[in-house]
Design a protein around this ligand. Structure first.
Ligand SMILES: [Zn+2]
Length: 312
């Protein structure tokens, strides 16, 4: 099945100039302010083709950004995958071997396997552990509204509400899913942890609006923690919040959705969402809302996220 490719509206920044880093780790830049304050990590390119975060951090670095207080770290995570970008195959540069957003458990990080992503995660691990608050900047294959993703701790929800944009929240119960994402590494995955850690999905990978939102949210995140002065946007409505019920990982090459989907479609309880070999994936509740349906079928990758709307 051939799927039409989306237009590529943005230029991909040349990141070579940031390759040395300034803190002993390639593509990692850390700057301290004159006054004490929290350490905030802004991360781009956890997935190699999600260019919006790279555009945001490339701009902040090129502007010579320095925090008024606290410490900021800018990290371009999977540059190896980013550098394989091919406009004729724009989805292939997501990763080389491992999903860099599923390997943040001690089992993977301390294990014996090797890959570009595991080496990079091990190299980044001290910087991630040193950060009080983390913003991990992503984008989506499909052209859907932007949204937050975060473990269901109030400290994360409070940040998402305070930043206002985006106004959709996908709340993950801890320990449900297909691996350990960056934002659940160490203390950020613990109920008694102190720091916030959120993913922001800024829109379709290659749209200019996605890069613009990534740049805006990155600055709002820094402002929220006092690193810069910047007024927050005013809320226009209460955020729409969804609770992740389950992540379906594709088991069979015949995986297919029951109807064409891009995300945010809703299904009645019991309604067929997709089939995967002999398995039927049916909505476990009314108003079951799907997120991030797979654009193409790759066995072992996530096929779809099933969620239900939350009351608040
Ligand atoms: Zn991503």
């Amino acid at each position: 099945m051939s799927v039409p490719l989306p237009p590529i509206e943005v230029d991909f920044p040349d990141l070579a100039r940031w390759g040395t880093g300034n803190a002993g780790t390639p593509y990692l830049w850390t700057f301290g302010g004159e006054r004490a304050g929290p350490h905030v990590l802004l991360q781009a390119l956890t997935h190699g083709n999600e260019v919006c975060g790279a555009i945001a951090l490339d701009w902040l670095l090129a502007e010579g950004f320095r925090p008024a207080r606290g410490t900021v770290s800018f990290c371009f995570a999977n540059v190896a995958a980013y550098e394989t970008f091919d406009p004729d195959k724009p989805f292939d540069s997501r990763l080389i071997t491992h999903n860099l957003n599923r390997i943040w458990s001690p089992a993977w990080l301390d294990g014996n396997e090797d890959s570009v992503e595991l080496r990079r995660a091990r190299e980044m691990r001290p910087a991630v552990a040193a950060a009080d608050h983390i913003l991990d900047i992503h984008s989506t294959s499909q052209d859907v509204v932007p949204f937050w993703v975060y473990p269901s701790f109030e400290r994360n929800a409070a940040v998402a509400r305070a930043l206002v944009r985006p106004e959709v929240h996908l709340v993950m119960p801890v320990g449900l899913g297909s691996g350990t994402p960056l934002i659940q590494h160490g203390a950020h995955g613990q109920a008694d942890g102190a720091g916030a850690a959120l993913v922001v999905e800024c829109g379709q990978h290659f749209k200019q609006a996605t890069a613009d939102l990534a740049t805006d949210v990155a600055q709002n995140f820094l402002a929220h923690f006092g690193l810069i002065d910047r007024p927050m946007p005013n809320p226009t409505a209460s955020p729409r919040r969804f609770e992740l019920l389950r992540t379906h990982v594709i088991k069979h090459p015949s995986f297919a959705f029951a109807r064409p989907v891009i995300g945010f479609e809703t299904f009645a309880e019991g309604e067929l969402i997709a089939t995967d070999g002999a398995e039927e994936i049916r909505a476990p509740c009314d108003d079951c809302t799907i997120f991030m349906p797979a654009r193409i079928v790759i066995v072992g990758r996530e096929g779809v996220y099933l969620t239900k709307p939350m009351r608040s």
